[in-house]
Ligand binder design. Sequence first.
Ligand code: GLN
Length: 207
Amino acid sequence: MTPLVGVLALQGDYAEHEYALASRGVTTRRIKRPADLVGIDGLVLPGGESTTMLKLLAIQELEQPLAAAIEQGLPTFATCAGVILLARSVVEPEQRSLGLLDLDVARNGYGRQIYSGTFDLEVESCRGFESPMRGVFIRAPRVLAAGPSCEVLARRDGDPVLFRQGAILGACFHPELEPQHQVVDSFVASVCAFAAEEQIDEHLARR
Ligand code: GLN
């Protein structure tokens, strides 16, 4: 059985995430309303404009069910605006957030669009990722502080830009925009492991 990943599709680069997952043999479903969350093995919160996403999450009454699914341990991949949605606090300007990632972030913390680009990252050794790693940053959030429950996996000039907290994998950059990026591969591996465990649980429950 191929795993099914829900991609939050209210706004932003959800189509690029769909393409990246499809190229790895993963089936996707667009998440636009609470019922769409039923039965998924993973979740993507794409890049885009976090303010707009917050408004649309409220309109669609999706915020609570989405947060509940993530808190229950659904493998979740958040990129850029997705990280802003999950952070514990957001500044520049201040903005409400779901508080599921132990991070303080500044929106557009690397400057305006002219400062966007591709940068070499420093990979933390022994964390399951390999050097070299590059990251495409587009008006990206900058992490001002990372709490102890958030494990830093890679940095840009010392700033945390790739992290894991429980089943959440977060990137301030856009691995989905590059072919064969190891961060997308890692998310797919965690989704496959989760789907396999679910299948075993279902099988045991039926006996
Ligand atoms: N600047 C956007 C925000 O603040 C994030 C940009 C992105 O997702 N590439 O929401």
